[in-house]
Design a protein around this ligand. Structure first.
Ligand SMILES: Nc1ncnc2c1ncn2[C@@H]1O[C@H](COP(=O)(O)OP(=O)(O)OP(=O)(O)O)[C@@H](O)[C@H]1O
Ligand SMILES: O=P(O)(O)OC[C@H]1O[C@H](OP(=O)(O)OP(=O)(O)O)[C@H](O)[C@@H]1O
Length: 234
């Protein structure tokens, strides 16, 4: 095996990734038991499948432990500083669409934009003596966005899941998370700030710039030919 490709090990992203490659003549499948994280690839010689958490794929690419990886563009941009130096985007895959947004309680009738949030944050601090809390797992992207918008009077609190619940649980006043249908936000009585789309994400095929490409380049050429991609410059 000469080229390692990391794919999400479970859920919708895994299924859609298998479908995307499968419809292009590259069959990926889980081997062993349903929950065993091992896989195989048919249709192109020399490709090894590595089943990984979607959130770990950016780091594995940056470390050069996998040559290719499928994950959300949100995760790559958030987890890697200077992501474009470390990885190359080979192809958007057309699934896993989600927007990273900021949301506040629907009952905050005076807060509809990021500017309004800025004003509310200053008022919040004056009244409560601490900074308004925004729960998120996207620390880098949210910080960069708010800095660019001139918002400083806030603190991020880490939330690795069920982020929309933090407002009800009184551990945050606002959240920054991905949304797709908007159902989770609505169910938790939150509304999106109208100008707060930080990133429109989707699943992408990435290549590592630091992996050892000496032997893998030839495999990539065959794989790219098979799935209909122009041979990337890496
Ligand atoms: N509701 C959704 N609709 C579309 N895409 C989504 C949705 N939720 C998450 N995604 C995308 O799927 C990718 C993986 O998300 P996330 O890290 O939440 O997955 P996970 O299933 O918790 O994976 P793991 O815990 O194994 O890292 C992200 O790029 C994200 O943008
Ligand atoms: O707009 P919607 O269609 O409702 O989707 C958005 C939800 O999907 C993701 O959660 P996921 O189910 O991956 O679980 P998580 O809370 O562990 O991230 C995301 O974190 C939102 O909570």
């Amino acid at each position: 095996m000469m080229l390692k490709i990391g794919v999400p090990s479970k859920g919708r992203l895994m299924e859609k990734t298998f479908e995307w490659f499968g419809s292009r003549g590259v069959t990926m499948r889980q081997t062993g038991a349903e929950r065993e994280y091992s896989g195989a690839v048919d249709g192109v010689e020399g490709v090894e499948l590595v089943m990984l958490s979607a959130g770990e794929i950016p780091r594995e690419l940056a470390a050069g432990r996998i040559h290719l990886g499928v994950t959300g563009s949100d995760l790559v941009r958030d987890k890697l500083a200077d992501w474009a130096v470390q990885v190359a985007e080979l192809a958007p895959l057309g699934f896993g669409h989600a927007d990273l947004i900021i949301a506040v309680p629907s009952c905050w009738i005076d807060v509809d934009t990021v500017d309004d949030l800025d004003a509310a944050a200053a008022a919040f601090r004056a009244v409560h003596g601490f900074r308004l809390r925004i729960a998120t797992k996207y620390h880098r992207l949210v910080r960069e966005f708010l800095t660019a918008q001139g918002v400083a009077d806030y603190q991020l609190v880490d939330s690795q899941g069920a982020t929309e619940g933090t407002v009800k649980n009184l551990t945050a006043e606002a959240i920054a998370d991905i949304t797709s249908s908007g159902e989770t936000l609505r169910a938790n009585h939150l509304k999106i700030l109208s100008d707060s789309v930080i990133l429109q994400s989707q699943a992408m095929l990435f290549a590592s710039r630091s992996a050892d490409w000496a032997e893998a380049r030839e495999v990539l050429e065959r794989l790219a030919g098979q799935v209909g991609l122009a041979m990337p410059e890496i």
